[in-house]
Design a protein around this ligand. Sequence first.
Ligand code: HEM
Length: 149
Amino acid sequence: MTIDKEMLIRNFEKLADCELELSGKVYDILFERNPDWLDLFTAHHSAAGRQMVRETLMYAVDHLNAENWVGPNLTSLGKKHVEYEVDEDMYRVYIETLLLAMADVSGTEWCPELESGWSELFEYLSNLMIEEHQMEAGIANDSRSAAAH
Ligand code: HEM
């Protein structure tokens, strides 16, 4: 399916205007469904605060605009998330949650094209980050097997 760039950008502008509401909804749903994840965020609370939702949307839009800094930045972001003890399965849950909250905040504007367009972009971002999780796990396995010899 081809992504309707203009439609996504228009939706992004609306969501950016309701950033606090959107971010609040994402964390509400995440912690309501996964109460034990709260510890993860409290333990690794960054100086920047809870900017993850806004930044996830910005990464998606910048990738849509073919900004070439997105890939390398996601690689280092993936490494940080390994340190935050995020695991691969959590990405799917985060994407589902984002889409739910975005649909809610977008109201009648929300449609299947937006859902699939955003979903494709978030999966792209997640996959790049997950590659780093797999890389780190590979390194850990290699050093374990090296230690066993
Ligand atoms: C597309 C996927 C994701 C993107 C783009 C993303 C992006 C970010 C960004 C930009 C930050 C703050 C800046 C930084 O630490 O450098 C952050 C922090 C964090 N992320 Fe993610 N993230 C993603 C997925 C996840 C998932 C699946 C989890 C686990 C549920 C998670 C948990 C955290 C935690 C615990 C922090 C540190 C605390 C905080 O800053 O609130 N992230 N993420």
